[in-house]
Design a protein around this ligand. Structure first.
Ligand code: UD1
Ligand code: CA
Length: 464
C-alpha cells in the first residue's frame, strides 16, 4: 500500500501531579527544551502535518510555547482518559483521512527511526491500529499486550488485569499509528466501565478485532526510548540518557569530549570536527561552533555562531553573539547579546561586551566594559577601559575607528567618536569627539611634594 498522508495527535492535557510544580509537566525543560518540543519535533520529522496538541492543565502556557503554523490546539477540559483525549482532537482532523500518529507530550526520547518503522509497518499491513510495544523486566503500571498467537487480542491495564495478564512482560508504550477515520468512529463506542472509570484509548484494539480489522504491533529494540516522565527523578534520568545520545553523536562526528558525563550540549547545537570540549561546558540553543575550536572548562554558550580556531577559556559566558575565526576569549569573559567579533580578536579576562561590533584583529585584553559600541579593525583597548553608555535614562553609542590605541583606564562618555589612528592617553575621561591621528589626553597634571610622606609619618609617631 502506498504511503498515507500523516498527521499527529500529541496528548498533553494531564496534570503531572508528581512533578509537584506550578508549571505544566510538558513545559519542564529537558536539555534546554520543554518536554513537549521533542514529540512535536519528531512528528514534524516523520512528515506529520497537522500536529494536533491536546491541552488541558496549564493550556495557556503550553499554547504560548507552540506557535508553529502546523500545530493545532484541541482542548480537553476534564481529563476523562486517553480515549476521551484523542476524541477531543477529532474536530481538528475532520478533513483528514490518512495515518494518525499518536504521541504523548511526556515521552521525549523516541527516535525518528522508531516512529518511521511504526508508520511504515502500519501502512504496509493496511492495519486499523499498530501499537508500539516493548519487552521490559518490570511491567508494573503499564498496559499489557495480550496476544493470541502472533496477533494482538487486546490491551489490559494494570488495574484491570488478572494474575496471568499481570505476568505478561510485553507492554503498551502508549504510542500508536491509527487509520484516522476509523479510530474516531471506534472511539464513539468506547465506554468507561473499568477499574479507573476512564475512557481507555487501548479499548479500540479489541474493537478493531471484533470488526475483523487488522491490529499490528511493533516491538521496540530499545524500550528506554519510550520512557515517560512523571516526576523529577525520571526527568533527570531522561536528561542523562539524552545527553549520552548527543555526546555519542558528537564524538562520531569528530568532536573530542574530554568528559562526556559533565558535558551539556542541547540537541539543537552543531559542532564541527576537531573541536575539543572540556569538562563542565554548557552549550545551548541555536549555537554552531566551527572546526578546531577549544571550549575550556565551565564555559556556557547560548545561541552563538562561533567560527574556526576559536579558543574560549575557563568560565566564560557567551550569549547571542558571533565570534569570528582565530579569536581568543577569556578566561572569565562575558559576551552579552549583540556582540559581533570580526575575527583574530582577543577578549581577555574580566572583559564584558554588549551590543558591540569589534573589527578584525582588535583586542581588549583585560578588565574592560564595551557596550553599545562600534570598534574598527586593529584597535587596542587598554586595561580598565569603560564605555559609559548609560546616563540613567538613555543609552548612547561609542564609535572607535580603525587603528586607535586606547591607553589603560580610559572612560568614553558616549555619545563619542574617536577618529582613525588616534591615541588616547592612559587615565583619560573622553567626553568629546577626537579627530583622526590625534592625541587625546584628559588627565590632570601630576603634583609632587618632596618629603611630604616622611614628615607625615614622623608627626604621627610623635603624637602617639
Ligand atoms: C496509558 C495506557 C497504558 C500504557 C501507558 C504508557 C491507556 C488507557 N493506557 O496509561 O496502556 O502502558 O499509557 O505510558 O491509554 N492524557 C490526557 N488526557 C487524559 C489522560 C491522559 O491528555 O484524560 C495524556 C497524559 O497527559 C499523558 C498521556 O495521555 O501524556 C498518557 O496518560 P497516562 O495517564 O500517563 O497514561 P495511563 O492511562 O496511565
Ligand atoms: Ca498514568
Amino acid at each position: 500500500m502506498a504511503q498515507q498522508q500523516r498527521a499527529a495527535v500529541i496528548l498533553a492535557a494531564g496534570k503531572g501531579t508528581r512533578m509537584k510544580s506550578r508549571l505544566p509537566k510538558v513545559m519542564h525543560r529537558l536539555l534546554g527544551q520543554p518536554l513537549l518540543h521533542y514529540p512535536l519535533q519528531r512528528a514534524e520529522e516523520v512528515g506529520c502535518d497537522p500536529q494536533v496538541l491536546v491541552v488541558g492543565h496549564g493550556r495557556e502556557s503550553v499554547a504560548a510555547a507552540c506557535s508553529q503554523p502546523s500545530v493545532r490546539l484541541a482542548e480537553q477540559k476534564d481529563q476523562l482518559g486517553t480515549g476521551h483525549a484523542l476524541l477531543c482532537a477529532a474536530s481538528s482532523l475532520e478533513d483528514f483521512s490518512g495515518t494518525l500518529l499518536l504521541l504523548c507530550g511526556d515521552v521525549p526520547l523516541l527516535r525518528r527511526e522508531t516512529l518511521e518503522a511504526l508508520l511504515v509497518q502500519h501502512d504496509q499491513a493496511g492495519a486499523a491500529v499498530t501499537v508500539l510495544t516493548a519487552e521490559v523486566e518490570n511491567p508494573h503500571g503499564y498496559g499489557r499486550i495480550v496476544r493470541e498467537g502472533e496477533d494482538v487480542a487486546c490491551i489490559v491495564e494494570e488495574k484491570d488485569a488478572d494474575a496471568t495478564q499481570k505476568a505478561i512482560r510485553e507492554i503498551n508504550t502508549g504510542i500508536y499509528a491509527f487509520s484516522a477515520p476509523w479510530v474516531f468512529s471506534a472511539l464513539e463506542g468506547v465506554g468507561r466501565d473499568n477499574a479507573q472509570g476512564e475512557y481507555y484509548l487501548t479499548d479500540v484494539v479489541a474493537l478493531a478485532r471484533k470488526e475483523g480489522k487488522r491490529v499490528c504491533a511493533v516491538v521496540m529494540d530499545a524500550p528506554c526510548e519510550a520512557m515517560g516522565i512523571n516526576d523529577r527523578g525520571q526527568l533527570a534520568e531522561a536528561s542523562a540518557l539524552l545527553r549520552q545520545r548527543v555526546s555519542q553523536q558528537l564524538m562520531r562526528d569528530g568532536v573530542t569530549l574530554i568528559d562526556p558525563a559533565t558535558t551539556y550540549v542541547d540537541t539543537t547545537v552543531s559542532i564541527s570536527p576537531d573541536t575539543v570540549l572540556h569538562p563542565g561546558v554548557h552549550i545551548h540553543g541555536r549555537t554552531s561552533i566551527g572546526r578546531d575550536c577549544e571550549i575550556g572548562p565551565g564555559v556556557t554558550i547560548r545561541d552563538c555562531q562561533i567560527g574556526e580556531r576559536v579558543h574560549i577559556k575557563s568560565g566564560s559566558v557567551l550569549q547571542e553573539s558571533r565570534v569570528g575565526d582565530a579569536t581568543d576569549i577569556g578566561p572569565m569573559a562575558h559576551l552579552r547579546p549583540g556582540t559581533v567579533l570580526a575575527g583574530e580578536n582577543k577578549i581577555g579576562n574580566f572583559v564584558e561586551t554588549k551590543k558591540a561590533q569589534i573589527g578584525f584583529g582588535s583586542k581588549a585584553s583585560h578588565l574592560t566594559y564595551i557596550g553599545d559600541a562600534e570598534i574598527g579593525a586593529e584597535v587596542n583597548i587598554g586595561c580598565g577601559t569603560i564605555t559609559c553608555n548609560y546616563d540613567g535614562v538613555n543609552k548612547y553609542k561609542t564609535v572607535i575607528e580603525d587603528h586607535v590605541f586606547v591607553g589603560s583606564d580610559t572612560q568614553f562618555v558616549a555619545p563619542v567618536r574617536i577618529g582613525r589612528g588616534s591615541l588616547i592617553g592612559a587615565g583619560s575621561t573622553i567626553t568629546r569627539d577626537v579627530p583622526p591621528d590625534a592625541l587625546a589626553l584628559s588627565r590632570s597634571e601630576q603634583k609632587v611634594v618632596e618629603g611630604w610622606a616622611k614628615r607625615k609619618k614622623r608627626s604621627k609617631k610623635s603624637s602617639s
